[in-house]
Design a protein around this ligand. Structure first.
Ligand code: RP5
Length: 154
């Protein structure tokens, strides 16, 4: 993620990966404030053993696109909800990549963070039957947890 302030959102991705028993690392890498760290991370990610990158950033959210420019790994971008423009800026600056360098862009905020983790899981599950089973179980649990009728909430 681009900043400590993104963690509140990106923790939802981390929690989802943990629920699926997927190893991950959460790092702060800012495209603007720590550009050298970004280059080192993105260029070295595959050799470090990473399989998928989830990049969350807000505002002028260049992190996912710059990561994607420097790694062949799949990159999923999570637009963090910004204070000034409610994440519209984050979304547009992540989603509108030029042809040739893809970023799989998710929804703004928590939903995007959770779904980025689920998409990463789906990619990894293509080569991991145990994970595929865990992902099936996760989805089944979600399905059975949805009540058929609403209740009045206090
Ligand atoms: C972006 O700027 C970060 O991804 C964050 O969403 C936003 C604001 O960062 P802080 O000023 O809160 O550190 O680079």
């Amino acid at each position: 993620m681009g900043s400590q302030s993104d963690w509140e959102t990106m923790k939802n991705a981390a929690d989802t990966l943990e629920a699926l028993d997927i190893a991950y690392e959460a790092r702060i890498v800012s495209a603007h404030r720590t550009p050298d760290r970004l280059v080192r991370f993105a260029k070295g990610a595959r050799d470090e053993g990473f399989k998928v990158i989830i990049a969350g950033a807000g505002g002028a959210a260049h992190l996912p696109g710059m990561c994607a420019a420097m790694t062949p790994l799949p990159v999923f971008g999570v637009p963090v909800q910004s204070k000034a423009l409610s994440g519209q800026d984050s979304l547009l600056s992540i989603v509108q990549m030029p042809a040739g360098i893809p970023v799989g862009t998710l929804a703004i905020g928590r939903a995007g963070a959770v779904n980025a983790a689920l998409l990463a899981a789906a990619v990894l599950a293509l080569g991991d039957e145990d994970l595929a089973d865990r992902l099936d179980d996760w989805r089944e649990q979600q399905t059975v947890s949805v009540a058929e009728y609403p209740v009045d909430e206090a």
